[in-house]
Structure formats: C-alpha cells, structure tokens
Design a binder for this molecule. Structure first.
Ligand SMILES: CC(C)(COP(=O)(O)OP(=O)(O)OC[C@H]1O[C@@H](n2cnc3c(N)ncnc32)[C@H](O)[C@@H]1OP(=O)(O)O)[C@@H](O)C(=O)NCCC(=O)NCCS
Length: 165
C-alpha cells in the first residue's frame, strides 16, 4: 500500500485526531462494555477538561498517514517532554498511536514508530517512552516487537521505554 506521512493540519485533521484519542481512551476503560456511549463520552470530556494539553506548543508533533485511496488512516502523537515521575531525563513521549481497524497488521504502526525514532534523534533525544494499559495486547506486542522494554508498572498501567542510539 502506498502511504505518505505528513505533519498534521490542525484544522483539517482535528476530527480524526479526536476520534483516535477517544478510541485509545475507550481501550483503557475497564468493563467499557457496561457503559453506554454517552457515559464514555462524558468520561472522555471530563478527562480532557481536567488535564488539557496545549497542542499549539511546539514540543508536540502529530504525524498523519494518508494512503492513495484514503486520507487519515493512522496517526502518531509525539511530545518532547521534561523529565517526570520515574523518567529522569528529557524524552519523547508517545501520547497516542492509532491505525484505523480495517488497515491493521499492514506494518503501519511499525512505520510510525520508526518515524518517531527519527523525530527523537532530530530533537537530540535518546529515549522514547509511553504508557499502555495492561490488557492492550496488540499494542504491547507491537512495542515489544519494536524493542521497547517494560520499565515500570503502576496498577493496570504499563510504562515502556526504548533507548535509541
Ligand atoms: C496497536 C496498533 C497501533 C497496531 O497497529 P498496526 O498497524 O496493526 O501494527 P503493525 O501492523 O505495524 O504491527 C507490527 C507488529 O506489532 C505486533 N502486533 C500488532 N498488532 C498485533 C495484534 N493484534 N496481535 C499480536 N501482535 C500484534 C506484531 O508483532 C506485528 O508484527 P507482524 O504483523 O509482523 O506480526 C493498532 O492495533 C491500533 O491502532 N490499536 C488501537 C489504538 C491503540 O491501542 N493504540 C496504542 C495506544 S498505547
């Protein structure tokens, strides 16, 4: 499949970005099948309000994948972040990685993680890290296959890290 990776156009891509965020959020909910769509949306809005992230800050980078047949098939949201919690040096944080369901297992996430490594080098950083919920087996398999190491766990949260040369 012929694909192009580009920086996001906030105006044009915001709906796709939000939909991907909502999808990732749903994946972190325990027993989400017991909740209505409305309850999930309510929780999502609350989280957004409680912890707003200023995407206009240049430390953030959102990359979108388009295919020839279809725009907006995947994205990765990266941030160059100050040390926090148990992460003791500045690092690239992956806030989200998303591929539309119909096009999974075509190597698109793998390609975006390679792009994240290039971006990290350009930023002069050597560490990439992220959080994933314990039961997200596809994502955990992906990160482990890409050389990420499970460095911390906290309740149902798994924190992975990769050092790049
Ligand atoms: C996780 C996700 C991004 C993977 O995207 P993808 O494009 O399908 O992944 P790739 O095709 O690049 O897979 C690369 C490797 O990851 C692993 N992998 C990916 N999906 C997997 C699955 N469902 N089961 C087991 N391993 C999987 C495999 O090792 C795979 O290599 P292989 O296909 O040669 O066996 C995608 O499933 C997704 O968007 N999920 C919903 C959002 C999400 O959970 N994001 C992660 C938030 S931390």
């Amino acid at each position: 499949m012929k694909t192009v990776i580009r920086r996001w156009d906030r105006r044009k891509d915001v709906d796709f970005f939000k939909a991907a965020e909502l999808e990732a959020f749903k994946g972190t909910l325990n027993r989400s099948e017991d909740l209505t769509e409305r309850q999930i949306l309510e929780k999502f809005r609350k989280m957004d309000e409680e912890d707003p992230i200023d995407l206009s800050n240049p430390s953030h980078e959102v990359l979108i994948v388009d295919s020839r047949a279809r725009p907006q098939i995947a994205l990765i949201w990266l941030c160059s972040r100050e040390p926090f919690w148990r992460f003791k040096s500045r690092l690239t944080w992956i806030y989200n990685l998303y591929v539309v369901p119909e096009l999974r297992r075509h190597g698109i996430a793998r390609m975006l993680l390679q792009e994240a490594e290039k971006w990290t080098r350009k930023e002069g950083l050597v560490t990439i890290a992220l959080h994933v919920i314990e039961w997200n087996a596809p994502a955990r398999h992906l990160y482990e296959a890409m050389g990420y190491e499970l460095v911390h766990t906290h309740n149902e949260s798994c924190f992975y890290e990769k050092k790049i040369g």
